[in-house]
Design a protein around this ligand. Structure first.
Ligand code: 4NP
Length: 164
């Protein structure tokens, strides 16, 4: 008898699903792949708001991520649903507003981890990924800096369960 391979599932959530959470999705997926765990982790992102559903990420998010080797261009925005609480074991919000909206949707039966992405990396000293949408390029670089560090820490939390 072969045992099924352990799997994990991670959903990143922001407001529009065009700047922060697609960046988190691409960065964490790359870190998981680099660790040889790419086929063991389902990684996705969604927004609490629905304004950008079906759109690719913001062109500035695509451009800044591309300079670090992440391809955001194929991603398309979608809105988070209650069904996501059945599909994902980890649901990680970019800021407190996102987390509050998710907590209000959370079904009683959800047994996974709902929290702030940056809480996996306390050494960063900040708990929220600032929304870069109305700012300049430095905001998108800051998003990448925070999410690269937090993705390393998240992988350390998720990987032991995957290696069984
Ligand atoms: P995100 O950024 O939540 O990181 O995707 C935003 C994108 C769009 C808007 C706000 C934030 N918006 O108001 O349209």
């Amino acid at each position: 008898m072969t045992r099924p391979e352990p799997r994990e599932s991670v959903l990143f959530v922001c407001l529009g699903n065009i700047c922060r959470s697609p960046t988190a999705e691409a960065v964490f997926r790359e870190r998981a792949a680099r660790a040889g765990l790419g086929d063991r982790v389902l990684v996705d992102s969604a927004g609490t708001g629905g304004w950008h559903v079906g759109h690719p990420p913001d062109r500035r998010a695509i451009a800044h991520a591309a300079r670090r080797g992440y391809d955001l261009a194929p991603l398309r925005a979608r809105q988070v649903t209650r069904e996501d609480f059945r599909r994902f074991g980890w649901i990680l919000a970019m800021d407190e507003d996102n987390l509050r909206d998710l907590a209000a949707m959370r079904p009683d039966a959800f047994g996974g981890h709902l929290g702030l992405m940056l809480d996996v990396a306390p050494s960063l000293g900040v708990r929220e990924v600032p929304d870069p949408y109305y700012g300049g390029g430095e905001g998108f670089e800051r998003v990448l800096d925070l999410l690269e560090e937090a993705s390393e820490r998240l992988l350390e939390r998720v990987a032991p369960g995957l290696r069984g």
